[in-house]
Design a protein around this ligand. Structure first.
Ligand code: B12
Ligand code: SF4
Ligand code: SF4
Length: 372
């Protein structure tokens, strides 16, 4: 066992002494509810205020390594991060314009266009659900009320990492790019929320690295951004797993997107690329029961120390075949075909109007019942 950095041994990856010393006695998997058959809200585990989490010293260990290097080598990104923190704080206090400006006939398209113009790579819309809120958290009163009435619109946006940096994972170039895209996502979310506030509706924009008030992954699935891969991150049919997520919740009413299946689940059950590539062996080769639902699960206790040693890792995202831009479209077509054959009467719709929509509007790629 190394003191400061972990070691690969014949028994596999061994976390460093400092991590073992600072981690609490409770397993992260237990906090996440691994093996629990009953539903319960997700518990805050990491990237929260220290008072909310048991892994506070682990979080501090990560930050004590990441932040000084960032400040010394990338002052611009560190500065942007501080400015975003301030803007998000100010945004929470902002009230909507008392004069409501009518949107166009198609507000959904108007909002999506704006998000794309601001820099989002893809956008989806759903309603924010109470079951995604972290235990102990509450939304601002206006949002809490709208969510209880099932009227709280959630706009989910994906921002892609620079491709070259992404390919360098787990090198520092990718870690720095994670921070950069957290800033970009936050920037887009804040600007979109400010625009919605100007139109006369409540809105708040959130982007990482802080976890925020709710778990983004199930929300992004519902908004049609992607499907959950075995590596625990979302896969989008165009971006693969090469993206981060930011969002805006608002009282502006928008039509929701669908969360169509495009074959990730089926594909992952046969593929083992990420399971084999993950150095600490954190990715299970099948689904697990977690807080009442069966899903792919990543072992927190194995992933976190390796991530800390490597400032963010990301190997699982990089090796995923869906992240290979040369084959992603082919994979997508193939899986659509398989699903179409298997479930003949399932209506398969475009996962995202911004995906593969050139030429014939993308219809040929989405195998609709009755087509072909
Ligand atoms: C804390 C956190 C971590 C922690 C702990 C994760 C864990 N599962 O225990 C650590 C540091 C280990 C981590 C690692 C990574 N993370 Co992380 N992480 C988060 C964060 C801030 C909160 C998630 C959380 O609290 N999980 C704890 C509980 C809820 O986990 P869980 O029950 O196992 O649920 C997970 C999934 O199953 C899914 N989920 C939750 N409920 C449900 C319900 C259903 C029905 C389904 C299908 C799925 C689902 O969401 C959870 C994601 O961790 C989110 C941002 C956010 N607000 O959601 C980013 C986030 C999930 N991470 C992200 C990424 C990319 C990573 C890494 C690849 C690191 C990197 N280089 O970027 C690795 C991947 C390995 C992994 N473990 O998943 C991205 C994913 C983007 C994407 N394409 O999907 C997010 C969304 C950040 C962002 N804003 O973009 N992460
Ligand atoms: S981020 Fe690294 S350690 Fe964590 S699951 Fe992915 S490959 Fe494994
Ligand atoms: S590498 Fe393979 S198993 Fe892992 S998430 Fe990607 S497709 Fe699924």
């Amino acid at each position: 066992m190394g003191f400061w950095l972990g070691k690969q041994t014949e028994q596999g990856y061994q976390p460093p002494w400092i991590y073992q010393f600072l981690k609490p006695s409770v397993s992260g998997n237990e906090i996440n509810g691994l093996g629990e058959a009953q539903w319960r809200p997700p518990s805050p585990i990491l990237w929260h205020r220290l008072k909310y989490i048991r892994y506070k010293f682990v979080q501090l260990l990560f930050q004590s390594r990441f932040r000084p290097r960032m400040i010394l080598q990338h002052r611009d990104i560190a500065g942007h991060f501080l400015r975003m923190k301030k803007r998000k704080k100010q945004l929470k206090k902002r009230q909507p314009n008392p004069v409501v400006t009518p949107l166009t006939d198609n507000p959904l398209a108007q909002v999506k266009d704006r998000a794309i113009t601001l820099g989002a790579d893809t956008v989806g819309v759903t309603r924010l659900r109470p079951e995604w809120i972290f235990d102990g958290y509450e939304l601002p009163a206006w949002a809490q009320q709208a969510m209880n009435d099932d009227r709280l619109t959630l706009i989910v946006m994906a921002v892609q990492h620079d491709k070259e940096c992404f390919q360098s994972a787990p090198a520092w170039a990718f870690s720095k790019e994670i921070a950069n895209q957290y800033n970009q996502g936050s920037d887009i979310a804040v600007q979109l929320a400010e625009w919605i506030l100007d139109q006369g509706y409540h809105a708040y924009g959130h982007g990482g690295p802080e976890a925020g008030e709710f778990t983004l992954t199930p929300a992004a699935i519902e908004a049609g951004i992607g499907e959950l891969g075995k590596h625990g991150s979302l896969i989008n049919p165009k971006l693969g797993a090469n993206f981060r997520i930011a969002c805006v919740y608002t009282t502006l009413q928008l039509e929701c997107d669908e969360a169509p299946e495009f074959g990730v689940d089926d594909f992952c059950l046969k593929c083992q690329i990420c399971t084999k590539a993950c150095p600490p062996d954190a990715i299970s080769d099948g689904k697990k029961m977690v807080r009442g639902s069966e899903k792919f699960y990543v072992d927190f206790d194995k992933c976190m120390p390796y991530m800390t040693d490597n400032y963010g890792c990301g190997i699982c995202l990089k090796v995923c075949p869906w992240s290979n831009e040369k084959i992603v479209e082919k994979l997508f077509r193939k899986q659509q075909k398989r699903i179409f054959k298997r479930e003949f009467d399932t209506e398969i719709t475009a996962i995202d109007q911004t995906v593969y929509n050139e030429g014939d509007g993308g219809k040929a790629l989405f195998f609709q019942p009755g087509s072909q």
